[in-house]
Design a protein around this ligand. Structure first.
Ligand SMILES: [Zn+2]
Length: 361
């Protein structure tokens, strides 16, 4: 017990030093993984391709990159490199997305991964613009900027890179940027949510459907500021009620099994259904609703707050409330709070009670 206490104390001191040191630096860099492919990556722009020694290999308007047996192949020619950097004075186009200045491609085990490093504040402005439309109230965008920065700071010290999908935070690139996202980011620059002097785990989601979920019921973790609560603010928002009907064939195909029967079981404190119980061939082993949502589509089974389910030989129909996991800030609720005149700090206090806003840098 004493040893454990000592370790906790050491970890707290370490985080305090980290927070203090980080305040000496402004706007740290964040590393994103944009895509992974074992086929090819196409890029366009005023591109300069460099190898590991920093020497320019090519200067081109358009490149096609594929994995090769002796390193990355660029426009049909082997570079002999497993890591290349692509630089541009302006934007680099990757499909429908655009990124600023630099991209790195790595080949590992015959597979390509594309990374993009950018300053934290540019990243936050991009996340706010990717998550919320520019017509939303500025106080909601500011609350989103603080929550997104907090999440990024927490994850930055946990893993090498962040994904650009809802697995971490959605980041489309520069093409969705809007002036209000920039303003919200600038007005909150460097601010994060903390709990006991550490960055909080600032999860957020689209709509809670009236019932905020605790972290323990969804992720099995125990952050005291991510607890069950009623949210009176998102009622009437577009994702508050949802309904989706699968054909039985589609349902079976997506789950990779012939389902004979199923039941929704283990209702959580916020009325979410934790699990599915299947009678199927082959028998489905993973039955958490979170996993089933990933298989059926997050935009079809919008949440685990399922209120009705009817199934027959031909179709399976679900009705429910809310969109997303339901933990932390409810974006549609945060929008309504701002419309009612609440400031970003009040919005964050409601969704992350007992946290404190502090300057990280
Ligand atoms: Zn809500």
């Amino acid at each position: 017990m004493e040893k454990r206490f000592c370790l906790v104390k050491l970890a707290t001191i370490f985080l305090f030093i980290l927070l203090t040191l980080s305040s000496l630096y402004s706007n740290p860099e964040i590393q994103l993984r944009i895509a992974a492919s074992n086929i090819k990556i196409s890029l366009a722009g005023n591109l300069i391709v460099t190898g590991s020694n920093g020497k320019a290999l090519f200067q081109l308007r358009r490149i096609e990159i594929v994995p090769g047996p002796f390193g990355i192949i660029i426009n049909g020619r082997s570079s002999g490199e497993s890591i290349i950097k692509i630089l541009s004075s302006n934007l680099i186009e990757a499909g429908s997305r655009k990124f600023r200045k630099k991209i790195e491609i790595r080949q590992v085990d015959g597979k390509l991964s594309m990374y993009h490093a950018l300053p934290m504040e540019s990243y936050i402005a991009g996340v706010v613009a990717s998550e919320l439309p520019g017509l939303w109230p500025i106080e909601t965008l500011k609350a989103q900027a603080i929550a997104a920065r907090t999440y990024a700071v927490w994850q930055k010290y946990k893993k090498e890179h962040l994904e650009t999908t809802a697995l971490d935070q959605v980041y489309y690139g520069t093409q969705n940027e809007h002036p209000l996202a920039q303003q919200a980011t600038q007005e909150t620059a460097g601010l994060i949510l903390t709990y006991e002097s550490k960055p909080a785990h600032a999860y957020f989601h689209s709509s809670c459907g009236g019932n905020i979920a605790s972290a323990s019921e969804v992720f099995g973790t125990h952050e005291p500021y991510l607890r069950n609560n009623k949210c009176p603010y998102c009622y009437g928002s577009p994702p508050y009620f949802w309904n989706y009907k699968f054909s039985k064939r589609e349902f079976d195909r997506k789950l990779g099994s012939k389902i004979a029967e199923f039941n929704l079981v283990n209702r959580t404190k916020s009325s979410r259904m934790r699990d599915f119980a299947f009678s199927s061939y082959p028998l489905l082993k993973k039955t958490r609703t979170m996993y089933i949502r990933s298989k059926l589509g997050y935009d079809k089974l919008c949440s685990s707050l399922i209120t009705k389910c009817t199934a027959n030989w031909y179709s399976v129909e679900f009705s429910g409330r809310g969109y997303g996991h339901g933990v932390g800030m409810c974006q549609w609720g945060a929008r309504e709070m701002a419309i009612l005149g609440k400031e970003s700090i009040e919005i964050l206090n409601f969704y992350y009670p007992n946290t404190l806003i502090k300057r990280f840098y």
